[in-house]
Design a protein. Structure first.
Length: 366
């Protein structure tokens, strides 16, 4: 039994969804051969008139709610798939052919779907375009897998280092890690902005502290930021808002600007470099090791302004197990920075490949 997904195309229901949704009898279901074209009348947010996909996998059957077509001679099935893979092009094709009923159902018969006009090049050119895009898509798939593998490796290394199962110092030079209160190696910042900067900062998982105008394409901060905290480059802010990736909030260092302003809902601090290197602290706060201390002081289920109820004094009294040896801190920081740069480089290459594909899809298809 096959189904049609906007993101993944035509898929096997059991493999994709864990079960078959076929009725008691499938005698009237349509057979879908490899390279057949399937139109589903189920609207999606990006495709209000339904979607058209080509079966690139094994043959199967679909419900009579789907329309199935065979590609004409002289037409490359994969070219059709690429052609209708663009939401704007697909919607433009289907819109004049489909009437949407009061219950948002598609009012169109199967033959009408074939009456729209498309402009395709000759067979040999279709083959060349498909061949090139297939190679590009495989390259993108490999790069995406590389990014995920590097991220997984990075998470594993972070866990190993900060749980002390991986040590970067020679065995003869290793020393025990020490329990520090946050206040032992950090000083709270409460200086007010008072017009020193017009950059309103927010915290991004990927970019750290970043200008709201770049991240949201608008300013969500107050028009008057004079009462906001002023941060200088290298200083930190703790955002107590939680997410799936950051169950106890996130702590980020300001690296992108010389200064910026954050809401007073943030807890801000500077690192005492004579105790803990800031470059080490940056990566420590990217790990989950500091969660334990926050978990012990935050009131379970209690929130203030949608934030974890973490008292300021309690936050600065949280305990952190860290290397007291500055040399070990330095080695850890340098090692994790190299891994991070590899992840960033791989992500940038993936973004470039996706941009290349997007541009080619606009140029190669009319």
């Amino acid at each position: 039994m096959l189904s049609v997904s906007g993101e993944y195309g035509i898929v096997n229901q059991i493999e994709f969804q864990g079960r078959s949704f076929a009725g008691e009898s499938v005698a009237e279901y349509h057979v879908v051969e490899t390279n057949d074209i399937v139109y589903t009348k189920s609207p999606l947010k990006a495709n209000p008139y339904g979607i058209i996909k080509v079966n690139n996998g094994a043959p199967g059957i679909v419900s009579t709610l789907y329309a199935v077509y065979h590609p004409c001679e002289g037409t490359v099935a994969e070219y059709i798939d690429y052609y209708f893979g663009n939401d704007l092009r697909l919607n433009k094709y289907l819109k004049p052919l489909v009437n949407i009923g009061a219950k948002h159902d598609m009012k169109v018969n199967n033959e009408t779907v074939l009456t729209g006009e498309v402009y395709f090049p000759g067979y040999s050119e279709q083959k060349k375009i498909v061949g090139f895009l297939t190679i590009l898509d495989e390259r993108i798939r490999q790069q995406r897998n590389l990014v995920e593998a590097l991220k997984k490796y990075k998470r594993g290394v972070f866990e190993a280092i900060f749980s002390r199962t991986l040590r970067l110092m020679p065995r003869t030079s290793q020393s025990e890690w020490t329990a520090f209160k946050l206040s032992d190696f950090a000083t709270r910042i409460t200086r007010k902005n008072n017009g020193a900067t017009d950059i309103p900062l927010t915290i991004s998982a990927q970019y750290g502290l970043i200008d709201q105008r770049d991240f949201f394409s608008k300013v969500v901060a107050s028009t008057d930021m004079s009462g906001y905290y002023l941060l200088h480059r290298g200083e930190y802010a703790y955002n107590r808002s939680t997410s799936n990736d950051y169950p106890f909030g996130s702590i980020k260092r300001l690296d992108l600007y010389d200064k910026g302003a954050v809401s007073t809902l943030y807890l801000c601090f500077a690192i005492k470099e004579e105790v803990v290197l800031s470059d080490f602290a940056r990566w420590y706060f990217e790990s989950s090791q500091w969660y334990r201390g926050v978990n012990e002081i935050c009131a379970e289920g209690a929130r203030n302004h949608g934030l974890l109820n973490v008292p300021t004094e309690g936050f600065f009294n949280t305990v952190h197990i860290l290397p007291s040896d500055i040399e070990e801190q330095s080695r850890i920081a340098a090692f994790l920075s190299r891994i991070h740069e590899k992840v960033i480089q791989a992500q940038e290459e993936l973004e470039e490949l996706n941009s290349l594909r997007k541009g080619l899809m606009q140029q190669l298809f009319i």
